[in-house]
Design a protein. Structure first.
Length: 413
């Protein structure tokens, strides 16, 4: 990600833009228009006009099940965004990443992001459903009877949390399953969750970044600590989340353009991910710049300024603080609500931002009016962790239990 322009990349970009003009959505783009002058494509627009994004004359892959699916809970358009691939394209899912077949990788995935039929040799796919059978199958797959042994695990953070609790409730020590390394995706892996999960499994847990609609993922680097892109080539930009202008610094909204011929049927030109990311330094090992996820734009407080907007509160900082703060309430995970696992604090921390009122809302496990001293400590702790050094500090509104409705956000778990 964020590689410097090269003649090869520029040629691929020119070919991509020329190819994309065949699709109705991009047909009005004049030949030779620079990338930075093209409009930004949001998830809502992509979901609403997805048929117009397809290049005519290209047939979807015979396996049309293999599409990148973004759920309607994310697009907010009432319909899922389905990114189809043609038979001429490279495989839409990343292939085996070099792990020897003798040490298999178990990949847990959510069916709401589509269907997976295979990811290369040595990789075993298991859909995660909110049912004890998921744990039964996982125990069988990770047991010594399966040869070759499965030594690596990839899972959504939310699924890994409830599975860990379910195993412990059964009296199973996850570390006894001898998984050597775990990679996560989906929700942000906070420092608090990383510490708990790595201790429980006796294995390092790494945060990954991926998008259902973009083939590939970004994996954490042991050298620089940032995430590097692995998959089909893309062009990335950092834009001001409010003005859509290129940012001069290293924090902005990630915008991605997929490149021909890796993506042919539904090219995405200047696709706004809705994610704030921090661009990293040049890595001494990879020779490229990585990134770190800084939170969703809609879950951050961003002040419009001149010449550029200012991220006053990044969503990830709030989540990092809230998940580790025992006083903050959490929306129960679906498995907690169903009684499949006991109350375990594995849901979404109940913290929201309100840009119109320039405030952060925090639901506590107690009524702040009845425990004002303790509430004051929570407020001071939040300000210290997330607002220190900020010129324009938001108001902190502490609320009693049951005040915030995070049901829609929890649908993304």
């Amino acid at each position: 990600m964020f590689e410097r322009p090269t003649s090869r990349r520029d040629a691929a970009l020119r070919e991509t833009l020329a190819h994309a003009r065949r699709a109705p959505w991009y047909a009005r783009t004049k030949p030779g228009t620079p990338l930075l002058r093209l409009p930004v494509l949001t998830k809502e627009l992509a979901a609403q006009h997805q048929e117009a994004l397809r290049v005519p004359g290209l047939k979807p892959s015979p396996d049309t099940l293999l599409a990148g699916v973004v759920s309607s809970a994310t697009t907010r358009s009432g319909r899922p965004l389905r990114i189809l691939h043609s038979a001429e394209e490279s495989a839409p899912w990343p292939q085996d990443d070099g792990v020897p077949v003798k040490d298999r990788t178990l990949v847990l995935y959510s069916p709401r992001h589509g269907v997976r039929l295979g990811e290369g040799p040595g990789r075993v796919l298991l859909p995660v459903t909110p049912h004890p059978n998921t744990v039964d199958v996982l125990l069988d797959l990770l047991g010594p009877a399966i040869r070759p042994r499965i030594r690596y695990l990839v899972a959504p953070v939310s699924a890994l949390k409830w599975i860990t609790v379910a195993l412990q409730e059964r009296g199973v020590d996850p570390s006894a399953l001898q998984v050597r390394e775990i990679g996560t995706n989906g929700y942000t892996l906070t420092d608090h969750a990383r510490l708990w999960l790595s201790r429980a499994w006796g294995a390092p847990v790494y945060d990954n970044y991926s998008l259902s609609e973009i083939p590939g993922y970004a994996a954490e680097c042991d050298t620089c600590g940032f995430l590097h892109w692995s998959g089909l080539p893309v062009v990335t930009e950092l834009l001001d989340p409010l003005t859509r202008a290129p940012v001069r610094g290293n924090l902005g909204e990630l915008v991605i353009t997929t490149l021909f011929p890796g993506v042919m049927l539904m090219p995405l030109i200047r696709y706004a991910t809705g994610d704030l990311v921090l661009r990293g330094p040049l890595c001494s090992v990879t020779g490229t710049r990585g990134m770190k996820f800084a939170g969703r734009v809609t879950q951050s407080l961003i002040a419009r300024g001149r010449p550029a907007s200012v991220v006053t509160v990044a969503g990830r900082d709030l989540q990092e603080w809230a998940e580790a703060a025992v006083e903050v309430a959490q929306h129960p995970h679906p498995l907690e609500a169903m009684g499949r696992v006991p109350p375990s604090d594995i849901g979404v921390p109940k913290v929201t931002v309100d840009p119109s009122a320039w405030c952060v809302n925090v639901e506590l496990r107690f009524d702040p009016a009845r425990h004002p001293e303790r509430a004051a400590r929570v407020s001071a702790d939040l300000a210290e962790h997330c607002f220190r050094g900020r010129a324009k500090r938001p108001e902190i509104r502490l609320m009693r239990s049951g005040s915030l409705d995070l049901a829609r956000l929890a649908l993304k778990l």
